[in-house]
Design a binder for this molecule. Structure first.
Ligand code: MN
Length: 287
């Protein structure tokens, strides 16, 4: 099942071919009203399995509209944390070490030496909003990544049970200012976490370790790989992350980017693709 958030907080069921959407916003009435203080748990993702029948029922009586006519927003809205993996593809480590514009004179190591990092949740947008470059004279790179969205709370989750905690997947574009500063600063500018074009429930992706992913800029191919080349695959990442943080429904794990990262400038159009999820078109706006 593909589910999108669109326009002004509408919820949509997306057709299997990704071409049309049915407005199923009424299902949100089944979620508990939010009362202060807000929980770490996103009730939509915690209850997604039980909401599915209602979503399908609403879609049967809805009118379908072309996806091209709606503004696609991030399917993830306010995770308690946005967890991300650094250098998690071997060929990306090699390119980072070959390019001073990426490594700034340091030796780029591997994920088991760095651990994970966090991006600000306030950096999240959807493809309709696009990326707004910061007013800095600095290189800003694209990084296409498979994103896992947590559906079941867990701490110290063993890798052999990890996928049971995933509610859905989507495409992530991890935008990055290159430079010597900490990742949590360079990757947390507003609009630097683009998620979309919709979520795909985990039952449609039984093996997140075998998905083609690619990225083009203005139609030119920059990144092309398969998630089988991940150093820490999704279950291992979840084991690693949950050894530190409790994972809550709605939390996001960005799994890292393959080789081919490079700069974007205002006016560029970035298109991301991940097999079984779809295409996400992201405009790059000036500061
Ligand atoms: Mn990244």
């Amino acid at each position: 099942m593909k589910i999108c958030r669109f326009d002004d907080n509408r919820l949509g069921l997306v057709s299997g071919d990704g071409n049309s959407v049915a407005d199923v916003t009424k299902i949100i009435d089944d979620l508990p009203a939010v009362r202060w203080p807000r929980s770490n748990i996103d009730p939509f993702f915690a209850r997604l399995p039980e909401l599915r029948a209602g979503i399908e029922a609403l879609a049967r009586s809805a009118s379908w509209i072309p996806v091209a006519d709606v503004a696609l927003k991030s399917p993830v809205v306010s995770p308690s944390k946005l967890i991300a993996a650094p250098v998690n593809y071997r060929a990306h480590i090699d390119e980072a070490n070959a390019d001073k514009g990426i490594n700034f004179g340091t030796t780029v190591k591997s994920i088991d030496e760095y651990g994970l990092f966090l991006k600000a949740s306030s950096s999240i947008v959807g493809p309709a909003e696009g990326v707004r470059l910061p007013p800095l004279d600095r290189r800003v790179d694209h990084e296409v990544e498979l994103v896992a969205i947590i559906g079941k709370e867990g701490h110290r989750i063993p890798r052999d049970r990890a996928l049971q905690h995933v509610a859905a997947y989507c495409i992530g574009l991890d935008m990055t200012v290159r430079g010597p500063e900490d990742r949590s600063w360079r990757k947390s500018f507003d609009t630097f976490a683009v998620f979309g074009p919709w979520l795909v429930t985990a039952d449609e992706i039984p093996d997140p370790g075998d998905l083609d992913l690619s990225l083009t800029v203005n139609g030119a191919l920059r990144q092309s790989a398969n998630t089988s080349a991940l150093i820490f695959d999704v279950p291992r990442l979840m084991e690693y992350a949950s050894s530190t943080y409790t994972l809550y429904p709605g939390d996001v794990i960005m799994t890292g980017t393959p080789e081919g990262v490079g700069p974007v400038v205002a006016g560029d159009v970035v298109e991301c693709f991940i097999e079984r999820i779809g295409n996400m078109r992201v405009p790059i706006h000036a500061a």
